[in-house]
Design a protein around this ligand. Structure first.
Ligand code: ZN
Length: 233
């Protein structure tokens, strides 16, 4: 509610400012309807596989042959060599890891781009180990993994104790990321208590790059990507 009031005030101030700048105008300014003062998702090109705003989930998979064109190996500490993500995300990731380092937090890239065939192999391994129902909650079927977009990363604190485990959220690295990742354009993609929306369990290590402006708005909203963009079906 406080947020809404703040937004209304900002809206009123902005309307006031623009009036003052156009004293010669003879047309009466149209008052801003209250409904448009609330955060409204920009129409984004979700359905273009190559888009920064593409939303991939169990209902919206990528085709088998999709591979991003600008994959690079970011210049950051990683748990294994050769992990790739898209260029823009790589630059942001480098900035984020450097900022964390300055605050005494050492992050490591644990996973980046994954091809359809890699995801296929992974998922089959998980099914063999834990059964299909369990695997479906924590792993993606091929085509349904955000890692295939090249915009997603898994981040490790360097210890196997917390790697891909819920306990990562209580590590200094997990806490730092939860508080700061949006400042570098990343959002926590699979949040706690949103499994029914995202289709995946809480993953405090998995972050999705979506650009600075959008990441800030999404994080402030507390919504998942699907909810924020009203992309539920
Ligand atoms: Zn992940």
């Amino acid at each position: 509610m406080k947020k809404l009031i703040a937004l209304l005030l900002v809206g009123l101030v902005l309307v006031g400012c623009s009036d003052k700048k156009k004293p010669e105008s003879t047309t009466t300014p149209i008052p801003t309807p209250i409904s448009t003062v609330e955060p409204t998702p920009i129409p984004l090109d979700h359905d273009t596989y190559d888009s920064l705003y593409v939303i991939i989930n169990k209902n919206h998979p990528l085709p088998e042959d999709f591979e991003p064109s600008d994959l690079v190996v970011p210049n950051v500490l990683a748990t294994k060599d050769g992990l790739q993500i898209r260029q823009e995300a790589a630059t942001a990731l480098e900035d984020m890891f450097n900022a964390a380092k300055e605050e005494g937090i050492t992050l490591r890239l644990g996973s980046g781009y994954r091809s359809y065939s890699t995801q296929n192999r992974l998922f089959n391994n998980y099914v063999a180990k834990d059964g299909e129902e369990a695997a479906n909650r924590y792993s993606a079927r091929p085509g349904q993994s955000e890692h295939q977009t090249g915009w997603a990363v898994d981040i490790s604190d360097g210890s196997m104790n917390n790697w891909l485990k819920n306990s990562f959220k209580n590590t200094p690295e997990g806490i730092w990321l939860a508080e700061n990742s949006y400042k570098y354009g990343f959002v926590l993609r699979y949040t706690e208590e949103k499994e029914e929306v995202t289709g995946y369990i809480y993953e405090p290590w998995h972050f999705r790059y979506i650009g600075l402006e959008e990441a800030q708005k999404i994080t402030e909203s507390g919504l998942t990507l699907e909810e924020f963009y009203n992309y539920m079906n």
